[in-house]
Design a protein around this ligand. Structure first.
Ligand code: HEC
Length: 122
């Protein structure tokens, strides 16, 4: 094996190992400093969607006919239960984000609380 190839494998291995470690650390030690009070769509929820979902669910991409760009569009997925079901990996829903690790527990808790608050456009 060429030296370069070995180094590549080592690097890939490190990335894979660190992502596994990250997952289990999240599950073992759920964030205790997760603030879910007074969630704001603009400040708290929109950035989560932009960062994790817009690559597939912007108005232009619209994967699976799910558009999450704009409050009114997001509200459709809130009201049919699919937004929360998919990010919580609940049975009967497609696991989201697709082909990527589950959102961290605090992000899911924020979305869930915002929905419990009535999903305000604030
Ligand atoms: C890599 C692309 C990709 C990413 C990233 C992604 N999705 Fe999806 N999403 C899809 C595809 C494709 C479908 C349609 C899946 C199907 O019908 O099998 C889908 C379907 C859905 C559905 C409908 C689920 C259902 O049970 O019918 C919801 C809601 C959804 N996505 C929300 C999200 C949210 C919220 C995020 C971010 C946290 C996200 N998606 C990230 C590709 C993606």
């Amino acid at each position: 094996m060429k030296e370069q190839t070995i180094i590549k494998f080592l690097l890939i291995g490190m990335v894979v190992m660190s992502s596994c470690y990250y997952d289990s650390a999240e599950n073992l030690y759920p964030a205790t400093d997760c603030v879910t009070a007074n969630m704001s769509y603009q400040t708290n929820i929109l950035p989560i969607l932009q960062f994790n979902c817009y690559v597939c669910h912007s108005a232009d991409v619209n994967s699976g006919n799910v558009n999450l760009e704009g409050y009114n569009q997001v509200l459709l997925s809130v009201n049919n239960g699919k937004l929360l079901g998919s990010i919580k990996h609940a049975s009967g829903y497609k696991d989201m984000p697709q082909n990527a690790p589950k959102l961290v527990a605090c992000e899911i808790a924020k979305v869930e609380q915002w929905i419990k608050d009535g999903a305000p456009n604030n």
